[in-house]
Design a protein around this ligand. Structure first.
Ligand code: SF4
Ligand code: SF4
Length: 62
């Protein structure tokens, strides 16, 4: 399946609590000096977006 959606993180709002990474059920969202989102692993479940208390995450068209 080809997926044209991606997860974007606004680094001006983010406080790097990493709740989004810890919540992700598929290891699609990772952090190692910067956020990485692997669209081939992502379920687009929106869990990362819902857990983010700073509203930094958006799931959008690429
Ligand atoms: S949950 Fe939100 S504030 Fe926390 S690291 Fe993720 S994007 Fe940043
Ligand atoms: S939408 Fe779901 S699967 Fe995709 S990065 Fe966010 S929490 Fe992980």
């Amino acid at each position: 399946m080809v997926n044209f959606m991606t997860v974007r993180i606004d680094d001006k709002k983010c406080d790097y609590c990493l709740e989004c990474v810890n919540t992700c059920p598929s290891e699609a969202l990772t952090y190692d000096k910067c956020f990485e989102h692997d669209g081939t692993k992502c379920w687009y479940c929106e869990s990362c977006m819902m857990v983010c208390e700073t509203g930094s995450i958006k799931i959008m068209d690429m």
